[in-house]
Ligand binder design. Structure first.
Ligand SMILES: [Zn+2]
Length: 271
């Protein structure tokens, strides 16, 4: 039986409690009230935990390590393709299951030899590759299923210019997946192309304020649990049934978070 959201929240809280960061006196008293709130309203159970900045998390990973957690499992690509293409993944930050070719360094010769039918990787790697193709340094005639872009955790976003670049280079569809620290899929673009559908049970996204500042709690990453990670991104979180039939919330208008201007803040305060 799949664990419920409540069950997953208890698990992630238990994992966080094991870490150096959350066992600090400033934070460890937050766990009991949070655990009590889970049954009543799981969506707000974590609201009293302070957000954790992305760069702070990256620089202090040791403080978020939960030694009791099992080793992080390998992940599948889970591309939106009807068939099972031969996929090459460029510079992934997580482990992948067998059957997928991996290039930990960008190497055009090696890539050509692998003759991928689909590609995946973070924006920077794919952007670089597309430029190489446009500049005539290589061609990839085998590529026909599409490209999956991994975003999240400071990997950056794919701009509309990047979309154009990838199209010009490869002329295949491009799909975005939000991957967590352990490679878990937290949100992914679906057939509707109407934003990224949150993968139910894998994480909790919170979009706050008019600027849509996005915090994320992964319920899958028990090795480095982090509650309310400030993603540095912003989006509108839309619920209700989507035209594609999915009922999970969607991240719409994903963008880099920008601090509201002081004038806007003052107006909001006086309103
Ligand atoms: Zn949809």
């Amino acid at each position: 039986m799949e664990p419920t959201l409540q069950g997953r929240l208890h698990t992630v809280l238990g994992a966080a409690r094991q870490t150096l960061y959350y066992s600090h006196p400033d934070r460890r008293y937050l766990f009991e009230p949070a655990a009590c709130r889970i049954a009543e309203n799981p969506d707000t159970a974590l609201q009293h935990f302070p957000g954790v900045g992305l760069s702070f998390f990256h620089e202090n990973q040791h403080a978020f390590l939960n030694r009791a957690a099992p080793r992080i499992e390998a992940r599948d690509i889970a591309g939106p393709w009807p068939a099972t293409p031969s996929v090459t993944v460029l510079e992934p930050w997580f482990r992948l299951n067998g059957g997928t070719n991996i290039l930990t360094e960008l190497n055009l010769l090696a890539l050509r030899r692998l003759a991928p039918e689909a590609l995946a990787g973070p924006p920077a790697s794919l952007r670089w590759l597309a430029r190489q193709a446009i500049d005539g340094h290589f061609i990839l005639p085998s590529l026909r299923f599409g490209v999956v872009v991994f975003i999240g955790l400071g990997a950056g976003l794919l701009s509309s210019e990047d979309h154009d670049l990838l199209w010009e280079a490869f002329q295949v569809p491009v799909w975005t997946q939000w991957r967590g620290f352990a490679g878990e899929i937290l949100a992914a673009e679906a057939e509707c192309r109407a934003g990224l559908h949150v993968v139910a049970g894998n994480g909790i996204f919170e979009s706050a304020g008019p600027a849509g500042r996005l915090h994320l709690t992964s319920l899958e990453n028990l090795r480095h649990p982090v509650l309310r990670l400030d993603t540095g991104l912003a989006a509108d979180l839309q619920s209700g049934r989507c035209e594609c039939g999915l009922t999970t919330p969607r991240l719409v208008g994903l963008r880099h978070y920008e601090e509201p201007r002081p004038a806007a803040r003052a107006m909001a305060a006086s309103a």
